[in-house]
Write a protein that binds this ligand. Sequence first.
Ligand code: MTE
Ligand code: MO
Length: 200
Amino acid sequence: MLTRGFFGRKRPQPHRPLPPGQYLENGFPVLSAGPTPRVDLDKWTFAIENQGARLAAWTWQEFLALPQTAITTDIHCVTKWSKLDTEWKGVTIDTLLQAAGMESRDGYVMAFCDGGYTTNLPLKDLIDGKAMVAHQYDGAPLRPEHGGPARLLVPHLYFWKSAKWVRGIRLMHADAPGFWEAYGYHMYGDPWKEQRYSYD
Ligand SMILES: Nc1nc2c(c(=O)[nH]1)N[C@H]1C(S)=C(S)[C@@H](COP(=O)(O)O)O[C@H]1N2
Ligand SMILES: [Mo]
Protein backbone atom coordinates (compact mmCIF):
# COMPACT_ATOMS: atom_id res chain seq x y z
CA MET A 1 0.00 0.00 0.00
CA LEU A 2 1.27 3.46 -0.91
CA THR A 3 0.79 6.25 1.56
CA ARG A 4 1.35 9.92 0.92
CA GLY A 5 3.27 10.27 4.16
CA PHE A 6 5.96 8.01 2.79
CA PHE A 7 6.07 8.76 -0.92
CA GLY A 8 4.91 12.37 -0.76
CA ARG A 9 7.86 13.49 1.37
CA LYS A 10 9.80 16.25 -0.29
CA ARG A 11 13.09 17.86 0.40
CA PRO A 12 12.69 21.21 2.21
CA GLN A 13 12.55 24.13 -0.19
CA PRO A 14 15.13 26.91 0.14
CA HIS A 15 13.88 30.50 0.50
CA ARG A 16 16.28 31.63 -2.24
CA PRO A 17 17.78 29.95 -5.28
CA LEU A 18 20.59 27.48 -4.70
CA PRO A 19 23.48 26.97 -7.11
CA PRO A 20 22.68 24.39 -9.83
CA GLY A 21 22.55 20.78 -8.66
CA GLN A 22 22.49 21.65 -4.95
CA TYR A 23 19.87 20.65 -2.34
CA LEU A 24 19.03 22.28 0.98
CA GLU A 25 20.63 20.72 4.06
CA ASN A 26 19.45 21.69 7.53
CA GLY A 27 21.99 19.65 9.47
CA PHE A 28 25.71 20.28 9.29
CA PRO A 29 27.45 17.27 7.68
CA VAL A 30 31.10 16.60 8.54
CA LEU A 31 33.40 15.89 5.60
CA SER A 32 37.04 15.23 6.42
CA ALA A 33 39.66 13.40 4.38
CA GLY A 34 41.35 12.13 7.55
CA PRO A 35 41.08 12.13 11.32
CA THR A 36 40.36 15.32 13.25
CA PRO A 37 43.77 16.64 14.37
CA ARG A 38 44.31 17.59 17.99
CA VAL A 39 45.68 21.09 18.36
CA ASP A 40 47.42 22.53 21.39
CA LEU A 41 46.30 26.18 21.49
CA ASP A 42 49.59 27.14 23.22
CA LYS A 43 51.46 26.03 20.10
CA TRP A 44 48.90 27.22 17.53
CA THR A 45 49.90 29.99 15.15
CA PHE A 46 48.42 31.40 11.99
CA ALA A 47 51.16 32.35 9.53
CA ILE A 48 51.44 34.20 6.24
CA GLU A 49 54.39 32.83 4.27
CA ASN A 50 56.13 33.89 1.08
CA GLN A 51 58.85 31.78 -0.64
CA GLY A 52 59.52 29.93 2.59
CA ALA A 53 59.80 33.12 4.65
CA ARG A 54 57.35 34.02 7.40
CA LEU A 55 55.90 37.45 6.69
CA ALA A 56 53.75 37.38 9.80
CA ALA A 57 52.42 35.00 12.42
CA TRP A 58 49.94 35.30 15.25
CA THR A 59 49.60 33.19 18.36
CA TRP A 60 46.09 32.17 19.42
CA GLN A 61 45.91 35.09 21.88
CA GLU A 62 47.19 37.56 19.28
CA PHE A 63 44.75 36.20 16.72
CA LEU A 64 41.80 36.68 19.09
CA ALA A 65 42.98 40.23 19.84
CA LEU A 66 42.71 41.24 16.16
CA PRO A 67 39.51 43.00 15.00
CA GLN A 68 36.73 40.42 14.76
CA THR A 69 34.08 40.22 12.07
CA ALA A 70 30.75 38.37 11.97
CA ILE A 71 29.49 36.90 8.69
CA THR A 72 26.14 35.29 7.88
CA THR A 73 26.39 33.34 4.65
CA ASP A 74 25.29 30.33 2.61
CA ILE A 75 27.74 27.46 2.10
CA HIS A 76 27.83 24.95 -0.76
CA CYS A 77 29.54 21.57 -0.65
CA VAL A 78 30.60 19.84 -3.86
CA THR A 79 28.77 16.72 -2.58
CA LYS A 80 25.64 18.79 -3.37
CA TRP A 81 24.37 20.03 -0.02
CA SER A 82 23.94 23.73 0.64
CA LYS A 83 23.25 25.31 3.99
CA LEU A 84 21.69 28.76 4.28
CA ASP A 85 22.39 31.60 6.70
CA THR A 86 25.28 30.03 8.57
CA GLU A 87 26.76 32.36 11.21
CA TRP A 88 30.50 32.73 11.69
CA LYS A 89 32.90 34.93 13.58
CA GLY A 90 36.59 35.40 12.96
CA VAL A 91 39.26 37.57 11.44
CA THR A 92 38.97 38.61 7.80
CA ILE A 93 41.91 37.97 5.49
CA ASP A 94 41.89 41.73 4.84
CA THR A 95 42.61 42.32 8.54
CA LEU A 96 45.42 39.74 8.51
CA LEU A 97 47.05 41.15 5.34
CA GLN A 98 46.81 44.67 6.70
CA ALA A 99 48.30 43.65 10.05
CA ALA A 100 51.09 41.91 8.12
CA GLY A 101 51.74 45.09 6.12
CA MET A 102 51.11 43.20 2.89
CA GLU A 103 50.22 45.40 -0.05
CA SER A 104 50.21 42.92 -2.93
CA ARG A 105 46.84 41.52 -3.96
CA ASP A 106 48.11 39.50 -6.94
CA GLY A 107 48.83 35.84 -7.31
CA TYR A 108 47.61 32.75 -5.53
CA VAL A 109 47.77 31.21 -2.08
CA MET A 110 47.98 27.70 -0.76
CA ALA A 111 46.15 27.30 2.53
CA PHE A 112 47.85 24.76 4.80
CA CYS A 113 46.47 22.94 7.80
CA ASP A 114 47.16 20.69 10.74
CA GLY A 115 46.84 17.18 9.33
CA GLY A 116 48.41 18.13 5.99
CA TYR A 117 45.35 19.24 4.00
CA THR A 118 45.94 22.02 1.48
CA THR A 119 43.81 23.98 -0.96
CA ASN A 120 44.67 26.66 -3.54
CA LEU A 121 42.91 29.97 -4.11
CA PRO A 122 43.50 33.22 -5.99
CA LEU A 123 44.47 35.87 -3.44
CA LYS A 124 41.76 38.16 -4.85
CA ASP A 125 39.14 35.64 -3.67
CA LEU A 126 40.27 36.08 -0.07
CA ILE A 127 40.10 39.89 0.11
CA ASP A 128 37.43 42.63 0.20
CA GLY A 129 35.51 40.83 2.94
CA LYS A 130 35.10 37.64 0.92
CA ALA A 131 36.94 35.30 3.34
CA MET A 132 37.96 34.90 6.96
CA VAL A 133 39.71 32.65 9.41
CA ALA A 134 36.69 31.64 11.49
CA HIS A 135 36.84 30.40 15.07
CA GLN A 136 33.16 30.62 16.00
CA TYR A 137 30.16 28.98 14.40
CA ASP A 138 26.58 29.71 15.48
CA GLY A 139 27.74 31.70 18.52
CA ALA A 140 29.99 28.98 19.95
CA PRO A 141 33.64 27.98 19.53
CA LEU A 142 34.05 26.10 16.25
CA ARG A 143 33.86 22.39 17.02
CA PRO A 144 36.93 20.27 16.18
CA GLU A 145 35.15 18.18 13.54
CA HIS A 146 34.16 21.39 11.72
CA GLY A 147 37.71 22.72 11.76
CA GLY A 148 38.16 24.13 15.27
CA PRO A 149 40.06 25.89 16.63
CA ALA A 150 39.98 27.81 13.32
CA ARG A 151 39.17 27.25 9.67
CA LEU A 152 39.26 29.20 6.48
CA LEU A 153 35.81 30.35 5.35
CA VAL A 154 35.49 31.18 1.64
CA PRO A 155 31.74 30.85 1.18
CA HIS A 156 31.49 31.95 -2.47
CA LEU A 157 33.50 28.86 -3.53
CA TYR A 158 32.69 25.19 -2.92
CA PHE A 159 33.26 24.32 0.72
CA TRP A 160 36.36 22.18 0.13
CA LYS A 161 38.17 25.54 -0.29
CA SER A 162 37.25 26.37 3.33
CA ALA A 163 40.21 24.55 4.86
CA LYS A 164 39.59 23.19 8.36
CA TRP A 165 42.31 23.40 11.05
CA VAL A 166 43.99 26.04 8.93
CA ARG A 167 47.40 27.21 10.11
CA GLY A 168 48.35 29.65 7.42
CA ILE A 169 48.51 30.72 3.83
CA ARG A 170 51.50 30.52 1.52
CA LEU A 171 51.73 33.07 -1.29
CA MET A 172 52.44 31.70 -4.77
CA HIS A 173 53.17 33.46 -8.07
CA ALA A 174 51.46 30.72 -10.08
CA ASP A 175 48.45 28.55 -9.29
CA ALA A 176 49.16 25.02 -8.06
CA PRO A 177 46.74 22.26 -6.99
CA GLY A 178 46.02 21.54 -3.33
CA PHE A 179 44.86 18.21 -1.89
CA TRP A 180 41.49 17.68 -3.64
CA GLU A 181 42.51 19.66 -6.72
CA ALA A 182 45.31 17.13 -7.30
CA TYR A 183 42.59 14.41 -7.29
CA GLY A 184 40.65 16.16 -10.06
CA TYR A 185 38.57 18.74 -8.25
CA HIS A 186 38.31 22.08 -10.02
CA MET A 187 41.17 24.55 -9.52
CA TYR A 188 38.69 27.38 -8.77
CA GLY A 189 35.38 25.81 -7.68
CA ASP A 190 32.61 28.35 -8.36
CA PRO A 191 29.33 26.67 -7.28
CA TRP A 192 27.22 28.98 -9.52
CA LYS A 193 29.17 27.69 -12.54
CA GLU A 194 29.16 24.11 -11.20
CA GLN A 195 32.95 23.93 -11.31
CA ARG A 196 33.10 20.62 -9.46
CA TYR A 197 35.79 18.73 -11.36
CA SER A 198 38.71 19.77 -13.51
CA TYR A 199 36.77 19.14 -16.76
CA ASP A 200 33.72 21.29 -15.70
N1 MTE B 1 41.79 20.32 6.73
C1 MTE B 1 40.72 19.93 6.03
N2 MTE B 1 39.86 20.86 5.61
C2 MTE B 1 38.78 20.50 4.89
C3 MTE B 1 38.55 19.16 4.55
C4 MTE B 1 39.47 18.19 5.01
O1 MTE B 1 39.33 16.99 4.75
N3 MTE B 1 40.54 18.62 5.75
N4 MTE B 1 37.45 18.83 3.79
C5 MTE B 1 36.89 19.89 2.94
C6 MTE B 1 35.63 19.52 2.39
S1 MTE B 1 35.66 18.47 1.05
C7 MTE B 1 34.46 20.07 2.83
S2 MTE B 1 33.00 19.81 2.02
C8 MTE B 1 34.43 20.89 4.04
C9 MTE B 1 33.52 20.23 5.05
O2 MTE B 1 33.42 21.02 6.20
P1 MTE B 1 32.53 20.49 7.38
O3 MTE B 1 33.07 19.15 7.80
O4 MTE B 1 32.62 21.51 8.45
O5 MTE B 1 31.13 20.36 6.82
O6 MTE B 1 35.70 21.07 4.63
C10 MTE B 1 36.75 21.19 3.73
N5 MTE B 1 37.92 21.48 4.48
MO1 MO C 1 33.47 18.54 0.18
